[in-house]
Design a protein around this ligand. Structure first.
Ligand code: FE2
Length: 242
């Protein structure tokens, strides 16, 4: 195992020890382990990346890499958000919310995707994760916040981040990635692209509101203008209502 940082909070070190001592770790055990070891927002500030580059749509810090799991700290400044994404080969895992985080849950089947829930997940929540979770998360509010993500795998030849999907509604394509979920994700993180997405108007409107600031901030004018037009006239985006 490789410790990426020697400044890990003591409570996280105890969680890591608990994972590494348990050959049969699963989501229930992981959630319990997180609950037993109180994680504090302040302890993670030295590891945060609120000043990430503008073309990456949120801060993503690898804080620990074990034999069969990885731990990331995500930093959410105002307007930061992921693209809609799944979690690849993740067999077990959890997200701990160090602050309030905006969340979108989707139902996805092949190239069909639909928004099913909008919520603010409150600070202190632990949510289990598996590969088929399709969601987006970030920060639509003023106060910066962070979340801690643990992704584990059972098969030695893979890792939890392989073969995650990013659903780029604005480009009507699905990308196969290494686990990064940046909006307008660059080719370096992707191995395949599949054209064609089927969705509905509510999903497009909500997601375009979320990603519009990213394209504006990065001065990607064609997409900025296209998103603005669709938000005014959603019928410009071809959708299949269900
Ligand atoms: Fe995720």
């Amino acid at each position: 195992m490789v410790s990426i940082s020697n400044k890990l909070p003591a409570s996280l070190v105890r969680i890591i020890d608990g994972i590494e001592k348990d050959d049969l770790i699963d989501n229930d055990k992981l959630v319990e382990l997180i609950k037993q070891n109180e994680l504090n927002e302040e302890d993670f500030l030295p590891l945060s990346e609120f000043g990430h580059s503008a073309d990456e749509s949120y801060g993503r810090t690898l804080v620990y890499e074990g034999i069969n799991f990885s731990i990331y700290l995500m930093s959410w400044a105002q307007g930061d958000f992921t693209a809609i994404h799944s979690h690849g080969q993740c067999d077990w895992g959890a997200v701990y919310f160090l602050g309030d985080v905006d969340h979108r849950l989707y139902k996805a089947s092949e190239n069909r995707i639909e928004l099913v829930q909008k919520a603010v997940v409150p600070k202190g929540t632990t949510v289990p994760v598996k590969g088929n979770l399709v969601h987006a998360m970030g920060n639509l509010h003023e106060n910066p916040s962070m979340s801690l993500h643990i992704y584990g795998w059972e098969k030695s030849e893979s890792n939890a981040n392989d073969n995650a999907f990013v659903y780029e509604l604005e480009k009507k394509q699905i990308r196969v990635t290494n686990g990064s979920a940046f909006i307008n994700i660059s080719d370096e993180f992707c191995r395949e692209t599949e054209k064609g997405i089927v969705t509905n108007t509510d999903t497009v409107k909500d997601y375009f509101e979320i990603i519009h600031p990213y394209y504006k901030k990065n001065k990607i004018n064609l997409m900025d203008n296209y998103i603005a037009e669709v938000l005014k006239q959603p019928e410009l985006y071809e959708v299949e209502n269900q």
